[in-house]
Write a protein of this length. Structure first.
Length: 217
């Protein structure tokens, strides 16, 4: 499997498979909120299961799957915001996002430039692959944001809206660049506390985390 080219992740690959869907980050001293600064966090509200096809969980494979569901890399590959870290309870501690992907409005090559201007859905990927909890799962912090004129703040109810829109786009059969995916979803409660306590922008969320199992046909 290909190695990660990003220097944002200390562990070398995204393709390890621990035989489980995920480990609860809080059981290993981690958090279901990424660090957004100033003592606030944003919810990890979608998990791509460690039981998904290994090729989906590589760096390039995750990008290709994202493109199949309407997301792509940032405009001209430039990241203008800050990097946010997460502690997935796997022994790696707080690790910056591997990549941030934005809604591409039907144009995988340049549509994310429109998202940067008018707002839309986006997500950050974090990999659970430390030696203490090596599931190989991808944890996603998904939210829908305001346009540039509103400083890309999260829209009201934007964490739940972003999650639901991503899941709706993913479930079932999708494809990109000749790779065909079949995705199932299940909702998990008990991982993420509902409400707005500690959540960035003081936006309440319902505490539901959606687990996606993505299989390459």
């Amino acid at each position: 499997m290909p190695y990660i080219t990003s220097n944002l992740l200390s562990s070398p690959t995204m393709d390890k498979r621990g035989g489980v869907a995920y480990y609860n980050p809080t059981a290993g001293g981690g958090s279901m909120l990424i660090n957004a600064g100033d003592g606030y966090g944003e919810p990890l509200n979608v998990i791509i299961s460690g039981l998904s096809s290994p090729a989906v969980r590589t760096y390039n494979g995750a990008i290709n799957f994202a493109r199949a569901i309407g997301f792509s890399e940032e405009c001209f590959g430039l990241h203008l915001g800050g990097y946010m870290p997460a502690d997935l309870g796997d022994g790696n501690g707080w690790v910056n996002q591997t990549i941030e992907l934005r809604q591409d409005y039907g144009n995988a090559e340049g549509g994310t430039c429109l998202e940067s201007l008018v707002g839309g859905n986006h997500f950050r990927i974090f990999v659970q692959n430390g030696t203490a909890a090596d599931s190989g799962a991808l944890f996603l912090a998904v939210s829908r944001e305001e346009p540039l004129s509103e400083n890309h703040d999260i829209v009201p109810d934007g964490y739940d809206i972003g999650r639901d829109q991503l899941v709706s786009a993913a479930v079932g059969k999708t494809s990109f660049a000749g790779v065909r995916y079949n995705t199932t979803a299940s909702n998990i409660t008990g991982l993420l506390a509902p409400g707005a306590d500690g959540v960035n922008h003081d936006i309440a969320q319902d505490g539901i985390v959606t687990l996606l199992t993505v299989t390459i046909d």
